[in-house]
Design a protein around this ligand. Structure first.
Ligand SMILES: Nc1ncnc2c1ncn2[C@@H]1O[C@H](COP(=O)(O)OP(=O)(O)OP(=O)(O)O)[C@@H](O)[C@H]1O
Length: 597
């Protein structure tokens, strides 16, 4: 329950919805009591009129009593219909205030979680899987909404109904009230018990369902691998097994759900029998009228749903509290990548690493060891090295996705930690190693980082990324939609769209993280050469495995196991006759032998 305190601020925000809703519930319940009283009067009237009718047998008065009886019955019927209609109207208002409030809170809570997710550092996303992030913002928020909406609504309904009806019933007959209410606590407890089983089984089904979805999603994403390794039949069997598990769990749930209504009906039936039995003894003793029995049966029926809902409300609150606990766990995660000074200024692009070491917090892997280098604005630097040598980690530190464990990264002579973070990231055009494009048009993808961009600038960026010729072959040119809803680009084409996207925002620092690996050396050189013009006043960091990319840079760093092994210009490194030189010999010779084919 303590976890649900987080929601109180929203209840306060929508206090008028809550207050109005409560008023509507009270009014609706008052209109609910009226028909019961009228039914009692009708029953009593029938009995009295019957006696009078017999008494005035053969007299003119008999017709007069009959007429006034018919008139009264009409009036009673009209009152019952009017009360039912008014009750319905106020119940509509009740749902329009409280259920609407729950939807508004759901909207706010989802936004709060999403905004918080956006502030969290990359390390958070490494630690938690996407399914978990999605579940907390969808499933868990829905469960919390059930608490704000139905649980609060039926809770208030239950309380007002008891406050209105019990004194009313007690004023008529204490004994009859007690007997007719005896089965209700059992009803409430049984519902709570059955509902808990239903919840447990529903959760099992949900788990099974999400396992099934993950399986299917992976099977479709990896369909090329599955088909080429002829594993369709094995996947078929695994799907069958997962699907069978889902079916069995659903049947187990259906069994308990089938018990739900018979259980409610039998306990209501018991209440009615007790009311009729105790009521009739009262009638025989002359303490009660038959109208009272009819009235009490209506009260018992009216109380049944709220009492039933008590069990339901309890289990809704329990699962909402568990969901809110999970949501709070994420909301309490603080972003440790923050800036205290929040300096905002135009960045020119002088970049300096001073004795930077970095260990990934989640894996404990030391990716960088005592890295120092410097690049001035307008210069380019290439970082070359073996797999896992720490190249992308350098890019991560420049974008301030992580902070250096020791040492310092400086931009324009100021510690990167002192800059307003969006200020740094807006100055960077980052082309990541794993290309990610949105399922939108090529144009929208290129314009992604620059909302002010013109069509000419988009075309220019596409041109620099050597994409124009390819694009003219796409069905709708720049407006061709990519991804699931559109065409699939080749690896090299994707990389070039990603490059165009980075260039299009006219950044001060360009980072190419191994982003030309899927294009041939000729296209790679043509892209790098055509970009020389735009690289003039920018700092460019080229991360690559290939000497062919690195040799174009003003400075080259050779990384191995997180350490700088060699540093200098292409010519200097060639003359050093070290790792770079041997890499150069191997790769250039390799290319020559390939070009002979
Ligand atoms: N997010 C992460 N969490 C934990 N460890 C990581 C993470 N990213 C990289 N590492 C580890 O840090 C080391 C350096 O990785 P990095 O990605 O910087 O290498 P790289 O030189 O870019 O490699 P490649 O050329 O294969 O892309 C590797 O040992 C890797 O396993």
């Amino acid at each position: 329950m303590r976890d649900l305190a987080h929601i109180n601020k929203y209840l306060l925000k929508y206090k008028y919805h809550l207050l109005l809703g409560t008023v509507f519930i009270i009014i609706a319940n008052l209109f609910g009591v009226v028909p019961a009283v009228i039914v009692r009067h009708s029953f009593d009237l029938i009995q009295e009129s019957y006696q009078l009718h017999n008494l005035f047998d053969g007299l003119n008065l008999q017709q007069t009593t009959y007429d006034s009886f018919i008139l009264s019955i009409f009036v009673f019927a009209a009152i019952i219909i009017a009360s039912a209609l008014l009750k319905g109207v106020f119940m509509f208002f009740m749902r329009q205030t409280i259920i609407v409030m729950s939807r508004l809170v759901e909207f706010d809570l989802k936004n709060e979680i999403y905004e918080h997710y956006q502030t969290l550092p990359l390390s958070f996303y490494r630690r938690n899987n996407t399914g978990d992030l999605m579940n907390r913002i969808s499933e868990d928020v829905s469960k919390v909404r059930m608490y704000i909406g139905p649980a609060i609504m039926y809770g208030i309904n239950l309380a007002t109904m008891f406050i209105i009806m019990i004194p009313f019933m007690l004023s008529i007959d204490v004994e009859l009230t007690l007997y007719s209410l005896i089965p209700l606590p059992f009803l409430s407890f049984s519902i709570y018990f059955v509902n808990n089983i239903i919840n447990q089984r529903s959760e099992e089904i949900q788990r099974s369902q999400s396992g099934l979805s993950t399986f299917v999603q992976e099977a479709f994403s990896g369909i090329r691998v599955i088909k080429s390794f002829v594993r369709e039949m094995d996947y078929d069997k695994s799907f069958n097994a997962a699907s069978d598990d889902y079916k069995k769990k659903s049947l187990r749930l259906a069994f308990v759900q089938a018990l739900f209504f018979p259980l409610i009906m039998s306990l209501i039936g018991l209440s009615v029998i007790l009311t009729v039995y105790v009521g009739s003894t009262g009638v025989l003793k002359g303490e009660l009228s038959t109208g009272n029995i009819a009235e009490f049966i209506i009260y018992v029926n009216m109380l049944t749903w709220p009492v039933t809902s008590l069990g339901w409300i309890t289990s809704i609150i329990q699962s909402a509290a568990a969901s809110q606990k999970r949501i709070n766990e994420f909301l309490e995660v603080k972003n440790d990548i923050i800036s205290e000074k929040n300096i905002q200024k135009e960045i020119t692009g002088d970049l300096k690493f001073s004795h930077v070491s970095f260990t990934y917090p989640d894996s404990g892997i030391q990716a960088l060891k005592d890295i120092s280098f410097e690049v001035s604005s307008g210069q380019s630097i290439a970082i070359i090295g073996t797999t896992g040598s720490g190249k992308s980690t350098i890019a991560n530190l420049i974008c301030r996705m992580y902070d250096a464990t020791t040492g310092e990264v400086r931009l324009d002579g100021i510690s990167i930690k002192d800059f307003h973070i969006p200020n740094i990231r807006r100055a960077i055009g980052y082309v990541p190693q794993d290309v990610f494009l949105f399922s939108e048009s090529i144009k929208a993808n290129i314009a992604f980082g620059n909302s002010q961009i013109t069509d000419e600038q988009i075309m220019e960026a596409a041109d620099h990324a050597d994409l124009t010729e390819n694009m003219s072959r796409f069905p709708e040119g720049m407006d061709t939609v990519l991804g699931e809803r559109g065409i699939t680009l080749s690896g090299g084409q994707k990389q070039r769209v990603s490059i165009a996207r980075a260039i299009a925002r006219s950044p001060k620092i360009l980072i190419f993280d191994d982003c030309l690996s899927a294009v041939d050396t000729k296209t790679e050189n043509s892209i790098l050469n055509s970009m020389k013009r735009i690289m003039v006043d920018k700092t460019t960091v080229i991360i690559s495995h290939r000497v062919s990319s690195a040799q174009l840079a003003d400075k080259i760093i050779v990384l191995d196991d997180g350490m700088i092994k060699e540093q200098g210009s292409h010519q200097e490194l060639i003359s050093q006759n070290g790792i770079y030189k041997s890499l150069y010999d191997k790769q250039i010779q390799g290319e020559e032998s390939v070009s002979e084919f």
